[in-house]
Design a protein around this ligand. Structure first.
Ligand code: NAD
Ligand code: TYD
Length: 365
């Protein structure tokens, strides 16, 4: 069965949506946005609550009658089947993943298991359930992926939807594999799917293992700021709420079988971004300019460190009309202010429980 690309006749409307990984960074923003924007949509958040998932990220919506939380693993076939039977989902937004490149270098199997097998399990259950209910055509499986599947750029050029896949870390290889499996279910079984590949996100509620929240935390505490290699690697940063808005747009108006790159043409060398964060945090804390400069510490480079990511999002803009809503200056300032005002959140997510989880879950994998 070969599937052709087609636009929805009119914007879709979904009543019952399974969101995986909703207690994580991006997932929590997606849930908050969809509840606010779609007044009849019911959302079930399936999340294993690994070290990266935290219900504190969704405190403001937990009593909403249209929101339900289920702790569980996306690889659990009987649990996912039971949820489909109970809630008759008409869409899945799949975000659950192991998401940190450095962890994928030390514990690759955990990434392959969750990101590939977990995605395959969700697809398989969705296929069975939507076939049984004879609602395949009106359903949608939305797979949230990353620009890292395209590999690493030199000084010139941008990733477009037709850039060949060339993943180079266990994380990006696992995401690339999952993208392929999603497309295979579309072409082989006629499952309606969309995929988006976004650039690096920043914003509130991001676990402080990733560059921006880690650096903000260390600047506040006057701890060393570890810059891998020479700090010349480039990332293309997008505000997480703009990513959530793009996901909302693609869910409702994206063409079936299509892929959308998401990004805001906002490239920064790591060292320049860290200098900018020092400036913003020191100013917020009333410190002298340059107060934290000496914290910059160049450390051993990440193995296989991708040099540059940069996204061409013109397909998404031309076809569906999405654009970023704020500048990096605005987004970064509000992000810094959020972390400064939410020290208790940072303490909570990095407490002893997190350490214990990490040791048990990742040991030997
Ligand atoms: P995150 O690590 O903050 O959150 C991942 C969530 O998935 C957590 O709540 C975790 O508990 C849950 N999870 C992990 N394994 C699970 C399992 N086996 N079963 C159920 N739940 C599980 O990640 P994020 O940064 O919010 O990323 C979300 C998605 O977006 C991922 O698929 C990631 O590849 C993609 N993405 C992220 C970025 C970024 O910059 N953060 C950019 C582009 C794409
Ligand atoms: P990260 O936030 O881990 O995202 P990704 O690897 O998915 O792009 O890292 C962003 C960039 O920052 C990347 O080039 C690696 C670099 N980096 C550091 O230099 N020091 C750090 O402590 C971390 C976590 C990242």
């Amino acid at each position: 069965m070969s599937q052709s690309l087609h636009a929805p006749a009119s914007p879709r409307s979904f009543q019952s949506v399974l969101v995986t990984g909703g207690a994580g960074f991006i997932g929590s923003h997606v849930i908050r946005r969809l509840l606010a924007e779609h007044s009849t949509m019911v959302l079930v958040n399936l999340d294993a609550l690994t070290y990266a998932g935290n219900l504190a990220n969704l405190k403001d919506v937990e009593s909403n009658p249209r929101y339900h939380f289920q702790r569980g693993d996306i690889r659990d076939e009987s649990l996912v089947t039971q949820l489909f039977r109970e809630h008759a989902f008409d869409a899945v937004i799949h975000l659950a993943a192991e998401s940190h490149v450095d962890r994928s270098i030390t514990h690759p199997l955990a990434f392959l298991e969750t990101n590939i097998l977990g995605t395959a399990n969700l697809l398989n259950v969705a296929r069975q359930q939507w076939s049984e209910r004879r609602c395949m055509e009106t359903s949608l499986f939305y797979h949230v992926s990353t620009d890292e599947v395209y590999g690493s750029l030199g000084a010139e050029g941008l990733f477009s939807e037709t850039t060949p896949y060339d993943p180079r870390s266990p994380y990006s290889a696992s995401k690339a594999s999952s993208d392929h499996v999603v497309r295979a279910y579309h072409h082989t079984y006629g499952m309606p799917i969309v995929i988006s590949n976004c650039s690096n996100n920043y914003g509130s509620h991001q676990f402080p293992e990733k560059l921006i929240p880690l650096m903000i935390r260390n600047i506040v505490d006057s701890r060393p700021l570890p810059i891998y290699g020479e700090g010349i690697n480039i990332r293309d940063w997008l505000w997480v709420e703009d990513h959530a808005a793009a996901i909302d747009t693609i869910l409702h108006t994206g063409w079936v079988g299509d892929t959308y790159n998401i990004g805001g043409l906002n490239e920064w060398r790591n060292i320049d971004l860290v200098r900018k964060l020092i400036e913003l945090v020191d100013a917020e804390l009333g410190r002298e300019p340059g107060f934290s400069d000496s914290l910059i510490t160049f450390v051993k480079d990440r193995a296989g460190h991708d040099m540059r990511y940069a996204i061409d999002a013109s397909h998404l803009e031309a076809r569906l009309g999405w654009k970023p809503s704020i500048t990096f200056e605005q987004g970064l300032t509000s992000t810094v202010q959020w972390y400064l005002a939410n020290g208790a959140w940072l303490e909570d997510v990095t407490s002893g429980d997190y350490q214990k989880y990490y040791e048990q879950h990742y040991d030997n994998r």
